[in-house]
Structures are given as structure tokens and as C-alpha cells.
Design a protein around this ligand. Structure first.
Ligand code: TXA
Ligand code: MG
Length: 352
């Protein structure tokens, strides 16, 4: 255990002095958890090899899972990437700062720990005012995975980070809810065609609006047995209770749920139902049933913002089983679908 300094910062007008202190900790080799517009990150300066190694130990993260390097201006891209294609520059100028991570050939001098021995580096310029000011004051590239213990849902509130990392890192900056709520889009630019390794806040539609329709591959289009983003092969985002991930017409799902609710009532066991406001009327209020709203089905951004918070809530209220409705796979709904699919152990149940 170490003493973790927890500071609260206004997300709109971050206190420069507080962040100067955080930047000093990073430069001296400490670990600082900070908000980004997607999820909270656990940062270390990339050139401090022992600090980067500490990120893996603290999180319990497998050593073969590389980290994303965070920057605050475009020139830093050239410090990290051996080549920046025209496509990379176009995307950087269109989507940075923002929730897009680009995989590029890495420059020599980037410690192997950062990229887990791969010849590539993941780079992202976050848009959250606190992250930007912290990176500016640190003035070094900062490696930062999501600030959760490995396997747990990513943190989207300061309280999530405190629950996972208090006593393990030098500082936690709490600036409230993050906003987007799911992690950045990871886009591989090292092969012939750009391919999405992890869907996120910058959607395929948004990328193709810039690069041309049909020009971006989704993970399922890439034929390989090798996991692309090493992180995507591990069980992830998972609360303690098992998740049943259900796809199908709302009416069929509602009928299916009636059966599960009746079973829970008879067994006196508590279940969680992760669904949309539009589904609420199909779920009776009973002590055995916890209805967790992903917001409106018509607005996938609401579900993205709440998803990880609700998954953590499932543990807190002690549900024994979770039934999650598949989100529409449009916009950021694709990322929500992807995270729930992973949380359910890579299975989706077709409800007829
Ligand atoms: O929104 C985000 O991206 C957040 C915030 C903190 O920036 N960070 C984040 O980091 O989600 P992490 O470590 O939880 O996820 C990084 C993902 C993993 O799936 C990892 O395998 C992949 O990016 N990745 C990192 N470097 C890579 C590389 N060189 N090649 C392929 N995948 C890479
Ligand atoms: Mg993560």
C-alpha cells in the first residue's frame, strides 16, 4: 500500500496548479490516474521503464497487452511513429483531439514495455480538458491503459478508479463522469487497408465519411487466427455475475424476460436487466428485479455513457445473473455491442 493523493478537479476549468503537481509526479516516475473523454486512464511517462512496468503490475495486466501512448499536439506523433502515412495525417487532423487511437510503425527508442514487444505503437490525442492540460504540463508522451484492475469494467467515474486503485498509485485525479463512456476506437494503419481493431467513439461511418465508403475494415472482416489488438482476447469488462446477451425483436425478448423474471421470483434470487427505457414497461417492479437503464434505444450515446457504470452497479447491488439487451449496432452502439459481447464471454443468444 502507498498513500494515494486524490484530487478533485473541475473538468471545464482545470486548476493548473493541481495539474502541475500531477505532471511533476509523472515526470518523476509516479503513476497518475486521470480522466479522458472516453474512460479514465492510468498514466506513466513512456521513457520511465520501471513506471511503465508498474502499470502492468498494479492492474494485473498480461505483459503481452500493449499500451496506448497519449499526446497533446501533432508533432509528438513524429516522436513516436517511424512513418506517418497521408491517411494517418488526414485522420489526425479530422479526429484529434478525440476518441481515435491509431496504430503506426513505431520509432526506435520507444521502450518495448509500452508496445509489449510489437513493432507498432498506438497513439491517441485525447480531448478531455484535464487530460490535455496534464499532458501539456508533463510535456512527454504518456502511456495509459484504462485505470481499472484488469478484467473489471473500465472506469467512467472517479469513484470507479478509487475503488480499483486507491493505495496502489501516487495520484488519482477525479473530474467526474467522462462523457463518451466507452474506450477509443483502435484503428490499425499498418496494413494495406485501415482496419478497426476495437470499435469506439469514432465510428466506422465517421471514418468512411473521410476515407471513402467501404474503405475501412471491421474486425470480423479480417481473416486471421491471431488476435489483432492483443487486449481484445481477454475476458473483459465483466461484473461478477454472468451476463446473458440477448439479440432479437423487442417483443420476443420481453416474452423471454417474463420467464426469467418468474424463475427469479420463485427462487428468490436477484437478477439485473440491462435494457432501454423503451423496455421498462415490460419489466415489473419486484424486489428480485433490478432494471438498469441504458437510456433511449434511439440514442446509443446514452448507453455508451452509462454502460460501465451499470456493470459495476450490478456487483454493488448483488445481482446473481444479468440479462442484457443487444443495442442497435449503429454509431457508438457498435462499441456498446462489442463491450457487452465481450462481457458475456463472446456469446450472444438469439431470442426467437
Ligand atoms: O479510450 C481509450 O483508449 C482509453 C483511454 C485511457 O485513453 N485507453 C484504453 O487503453 O482503453 P487499454 O489499454 O485499456 O486498451 C488499449 C487497447 C488494447 O486492446 C490493446 O491491445 C490495444 O489497444 N493496443 C495497444 N497498442 C497496440 C498495438 N501496437 N497494436 C495493436 N493493438 C494495440
Ligand atoms: Mg482496458
Amino acid at each position: 500500500m502507498i498513500k494515494t493523493e486524490i484530487i478533485r478537479v473541475n473538468p471545464e476549468a482545470p486548476d493548473g496548479e493541481a495539474l502541475a503537481q500531477a505532471a511533476a509526479i509523472l515526470r518523476q516516475g509516479g503513476l497518475v490516474a486521470f480522466p479522458t473523454e472516453t474512460v479514465y486512464g492510468l498514466g506513466a511517462v513512456i521513457y520511465n521503464r520501471t513506471s511503465v512496468q508498474k502499470i502492468f503490475t498494479v492492474k494485473g495486466r498480461p505483459g503481452d497487452n500493449p499500451l496506448i501512448v497519449h499526446i497533446y499536439r501533432e508533432e509528438q506523433l513524429h516522436e513516436l511513429a517511424r512513418e506517418t502515412s497521408a491517411t494517418a495525417l488526414i485522420l489526425a487532423r479530422r479526429f484529434w483531439p478525440g476518441p481515435l487511437t491509431m496504430i503506426l510503425p513505431k520509432k526506435e527508442g520507444i521502450p518495448a514495455e509500452v508496445s509489449a514487444g510489437l513493432p507498432t505503437v498506438a497513439v491517441r490525442w485525447p480531448s478531455h480538458p484535464v487530460a490535455r492540460e496534464l499532458l501539456r504540463q508533463t510535456d512527454r508522451p504518456v502511456a495509459a491503459p484504462s485505470a481499472n484492475l484488469s478484467g473489471r469494467p473500465s472506469p467512467t467515474r472517479g469513484s470507479h478508479v478509487i475503488a480499483d486503485l486507491d493505495g496502489k498509485v501516487e495520484m488519482i485525479i477525479d473530474a467526474g463522469p467522462t462523457g463518451v463512456g466507452v474506450e477509443s476506437t483502435v484503428l490499425d494503419l499498418t496494413s494495406a487497408r485501415p482496419r478497426i481493431l476495437r470499435p469506439g467513439g469514432v465510428t466506422r461511418e465517421m471514418l468512411e465519411a473521410v476515407l471513402g465508403e467501404g474503405s475501412v475494415d471491421a474486425p470480423e472482416q479480417v481473416k486471421t487466427d491471431r488476435p489483432l489488438a492483443p487486449g481484445m482476447k481477454y475476458r473483459h469488462y465483466a461484473p461478477q455475475a454472468p451476463i446473458h446477451f440477448m439479440a432479437g425483436a423487442p417483443a420476443s425478448i420481453h416474452r423471454f424476460l417474463q420467464g426469467r423474471i418468474e424463475e427469479a421470483r420463485q427462487a428468490g434470487k436477484k437478477i439485473g436487466i440491462l435494457a432501454y427505457d423503451e423496455d421498462r414497461s415490460a419489466v415489473p417492479s419486484l424486489p428480485e428485479v433490478e432494471f438498469l437503464s441504458l437510456g433511449r434505444r434511439t440514442n446509443p450515446a446514452e448507453g455508451a455513457e452509462r454502460l460501465f457504470h451499470l456493470l459495476r452497479l450490478c456487483d454493488q447491488v448483488g445481482v446473481e445473473e444479468i440479462y442484457a439487451v443487444a443495442p442497435p449496432r449503429t454509431g457508438v452502439g457498435e462499441a456498446v455491442y462489442n463491450r457487452l459481447f465481450k462481457a458475456a464471454g463472446g456469446k450472444v443468444e438469439e431470442i426467437k
